[in-house]
Structure formats: C-alpha cells, structure tokens
Design a protein. Structure first.
Length: 266
C-alpha cells in the first residue's frame, strides 16, 4: 500500500497526475520519447526519470538510517567495552613505536585485528607481558577499538575487577548467580584481562582466573592477557595449562622488554 509520503514526492505526484490528466508527449534526453503530464505549469515530466529519483531518494534514506544504526551500535559496544577513560583514546593508528621491539608488537596487534574472523575460528589469543609503561595497554585497547569497528563485542577489565564481579554474587540479594557472572566474561568476542599477577592472589582467585580463560578457550573466544610480570614469572603465576591454552591455535606471547615510553618521553 502506498504511503502518504510516497504519494507526495515528485514521482508520486507524477503517477497520481497521470491517472487524472491527459498525458502530454515529451522527450527526455536520456530516455527518449515519453508521455507525461504538465503539473503546476511545469512539465511534462519523464516518468522514468521520476522513478529513478524516487529510488535514489529511498536509497539515501536507507543509507542514512543504516549509518545512524551503526553509530548507535558502535556506541553501545564501546560502552560495553568498559575501557577506562584514561585509555579511551588509545588506538593502533596513534601508537608510535620508538624502537624495533614496539614496532614488531604493533604489527602483531594489527595482524590480530585484521585476522580477527580467523581468531574466532581458532580461539587465537595473545599474552602481553613485561615492563611497566612499555605500551601493552595501549596496544590492547587499540585492538579492542579495531574489533568493535568490526561490530564485535570486546570487553576490557582488570583481573581483580573480573573476580570482584564474581564474588559480588555471594552477597544477599544479588541479581546474578556465580555461573551467570562467569558467563558474562565468557560471552564477549574478545576479553582483555589486565593486571594479571598484580598481586599473587589466593588459590580461589587463581581458580576463577583459570575458569574464565579455560571457558573462553573451550568456546574458541580470543583472550588477551596483560601482565607486568616477566615471562617466567607470569608462566609460574598462570600455570602451564593456562599458558598452553592461550598459545594454542597460533596464540602469541609478546615480551615488552624495551624502555618505558614514560621515560623516553621524559
């Protein structure tokens, strides 16, 4: 059924007028001879041109609606990502390598984003470990932005924050069960776990960390682990099973063993 708007556009008026007025012969430079009508002292109008303009207008409106929908979805995904405000502007294209090591790490991050569809098939993950201020968080957040731009869900959280979200289910009146809180950490297409090993936690905390990483491993969901610990210390903290899971399917461990950006800038 034709809408009022469709009837009141120029093509709609042409169709309506053709049914009420005597057609007038005309010539279109593009479509040749036609029968149209004179309306409001203007015309005759080529029906084919009028229909083309209607389709163009409709296509523009649909493109605008799609753009607005994409912007709203991106904003929602970015809000879900929970990236700390201090790091919100960190992107791969504004990461400036100051040495060969950071340049190689940037290439790893860019490749991870470019091949994220493949990462979702294999569960490929990353481990960023090493010195403070070497750019680990910048690259991880940049990857999050790249994944979100692909309409995927990425979530950034510290390990303590993740474990706290699980422990909060123990309180009376909690809206979530322990299993539901864990499932929320398994759901995102990409989960970034920051500050791994910031303090040597209890066995219960390590158990939850294993459950999160192992659960994502089983569901082929990529995970990025960020730690200021050195390679061997991180391996000891996480345990061999966890490290093996993170490195399976082409997962990489990138050791950030170059000087801090903060000292370089200073």
């Amino acid at each position: 059924m034709e809408t009022l708007q469709a009837r009141t556009t120029e093509p709609g008026l042409v169709r309506m007028a053709l049914s009420k007025f005597t057609p007038v012969a005309g010539t279109c430079g593009e479509h040749g001879a036609f029968e149209g009508i004179v309306f409001g002292g203007k015309g005759p109008f080529c029906p084919t041109c009028a229909e083309d303009r209607r389709r163009e207008d409709e296509a523009r409106q649909q493109a605008e609606m799609a753009r607005e929908w994409a912007e709203r979805k991106a904003a929602k995904l970015l809000g879900r990502a929970a990236i700390p405000p201090r790091f919100a502007d960190r992107r791969l294209d504004n990461f400036s390598p100051h040495a060969a090591g950071p340049a190689a790490a940037l290439q790893v991050a860019e490749r991870f984003v470019d091949e994220f569809d493949e990462c979702l098939k294999t569960g490929r993950s990353l481990i960023f470990c090493g010195g403070v201020g070497a750019g680990k968080t910048h690259l991880a957040v940049g990857i999050c932005h790249g994944v979100i731009a692909q309409d995927r869900m990425a979530v950034f959280t510290s390990v303590l924050g993740a474990i706290r979200s699980i422990k909060e289910t123990f309180r009376k009146g909690s809206e979530l069960t322990e299993a539901e809180a864990i499932e929320r950490l398994l759901e995102p297409d990409l989960l970034v776990l920051d500050e791994v090993g910031v303090q040597f936690g209890s066995e219960t905390e390590k158990m939850y960390l294993f459950e999160i990483i192992n659960g994502r491993y089983e569901q082929l969901r990529p995970t990025i682990v960020i730690s200021n610990l050195a390679k061997d210390a991180l391996g000891e903290y996480l345990g061999e099973r966890v490290v093996d899971r993170l490195r399976e399917g082409g997962g990489r461990m990138v050791v950030f063993d170059w000087p801090s950006y903060r000292r370089v800038v200073a």
